[in-house]
Design a protein around this ligand. Structure first.
Ligand SMILES: Cc1cc2nc3c(=O)[nH]c(=O)nc-3n(C[C@H](O)[C@H](O)[C@H](O)COP(=O)(O)OP(=O)(O)OC[C@H]3O[C@@H](n4cnc5c(N)ncnc54)[C@H](O)[C@@H]3O)c2cc1C
Length: 368
């Protein structure tokens, strides 16, 4: 089948990868450059969703996608077969808590997983966690440890997905898609400044821009940009062995040798510039948790826009609009984790085969 994809972030590139692997004729349209928005600037934490009932659709999608990440580690980088590779590293995470009520809630979560031996989850008191890193502030009561967490370089992953798609025949067109062309009740392709490119199916994976784009087709998709900022520091001492998380913030040592810390959740439309206020807030929060970083040097600050839906879950759907139109967006704060699953499910919808993961909970209709 001939499939056009709008958007060269992780969702669009993963869709292109799975479609081209199955022998479809794929053209991906990106108006800027590949991974030049959130998919190139995210933190890249791959941390399993937890705390929901076992049959929770988001949790199932999250686990399925982590399985795909493990497969990709071998398929894209020739990993060793243990599901890890140069760009899919095991990086345990530690969710820190400062207050007694939060500590009790975390301990309850931990106990709810006590019989699930498939996940390495432990509750650590402050004394225990200081064996992992003694530099954590004494004000921290303890933390929830996840052994089965991972980290990727999202830019490298998105490009690797695209390069593999290209090796299987996919084409990149560096143009903005102005509209989806429709004949009767079916899509017929996409229109750019070069005119019409015909297609049997069109996958819209244009991140936070998806809502505006679909409005042209009279489809109301509640996807909005949520800005997030990250700072990168040249930190003294050895790197952090685990990634640390608290409230909406985090800190981790990345492969570039820098300590990355974030983040913000800002509703500022499509403004993706960095601000001094965000820098100061992130540093304040970071130094509260890791006082030794007070004198660390700021090397870089970035900002990008998450595609966010009102319930923070993605939209993966082919029901609304003309036949042949597929929407895959709304990865929110976990769009890198969910990217492979969102791409694989979109590829299935575009070609009319059954998705290997249940995506019925991610329809657009849930908002109407
Ligand atoms: C600070 C921050 C940290 C993050 N950390 C993590 C993390 O640790 N783990 C995690 O899982 N997720 C994380 N995320 C979330 C993740 O980055 C996003 O959810 C994900 O990258 C979204 O990917 P996407 O492909 O859907 O959209 P995007 O990456 O936004 O890609 C969409 C692409 O579509 C293109 N486009 C739009 N309209 C058109 C058009 N009309 N024609 C052609 N091209 C078009 C755009 O140029 C863009 O390149 C983070 C996000 C932020 C902001």
């Amino acid at each position: 089948m001939k499939v056009s994809i709008v958007g060269g972030g992780i969702t669009g590139c993963a869709t292109a990868y799975y479609l081209s692997l199955d022998g479809h004729d794929v053209t991906l349209f990106e108006r800027d450059s590949l991974a030049s928005h959130a998919s190139g600037f995210a933190l890249g934490g791959i941390i399993p969703h937890f705390g929901a009932p076992p049959d929770d659709p988001y949790e199932s999608l999250s686990r399925y996608s982590i399985g795909l990440h493990r497969d990709l580690a071998v398929q894209l980088y020739g990993g060793s077969g243990d599901g890890l590779s140069a760009n899919f590293n095991r990086k345990p995470s530690l969710m820190l808590v400062e207050d007694v009520a939060d500590a009790a809630a975390m301990e309850r979560v931990y106990r709810s997983y006590a019989d699930d031996h498939t996940l390495d989850i432990r509750w650590l008191s402050h004394g225990e966690l200081s064996h992992i890193d003694a530099r954590v502030s004494p004000s921290i009561l303890g933390g929830l440890y996840f052994g089965d967490a991972y980290e990727v370089d999202p830019y490298m992953l998105t490009l690797a997905l695209w390069q593999a798609a290209e090796r299987h025949g996919a084409r990149l067109v560096n143009r903005e898609v102005r509209e989806v062309a429709v004949i009767g009740s079916r899509v017929s392709g996409v229109v750019t400044s070069d005119g019409l490119t015909g297609a049997d199916s069109v996958v819209v994976a244009s991140g936070p821009w998806t809502g505006g784009f679909l409005a042209e087709l009279d489809i109301a998709a509640p996807v909005t940009p949520l800005r997030g900022q990250i700072i990168r520091l040249d930190a003294p001492g050895p790197p952090l062995k685990v990634s640390l998380w608290w409230d909406t913030d985090y800190a981790t040592s990345k492969r570039d040798g820098l300590l990355w810390a974030g983040t913000t959740e800002e509703e500022v439309g499509f403004d993706d510039s960095v601000t001094d206020a965000a820098r100061d807030r992130i540093i304040g929060s970071l130094v509260r948790m890791l006082p030794y970083l007070e004198d660390a040097d700021l090397v870089k600050q970035t900002a990008c826009l998450r595609p966010m839906t009102p319930d923070r879950a993605p939209i993966i759907d082919a029901e609304p609009g003309p036949d042949g139109l597929v929407i895959s967006t709304g990865g929110g704060r976990q769009g890198i984790l969910l990217g492979p699953a969102m791409g694989r499910a979109a590829a299935a919808l575009a070609t009319g085969v059954e998705s290997s993961v249940d995506i019925s909970a991610f329809s657009l209709a849930r908002f109407q």
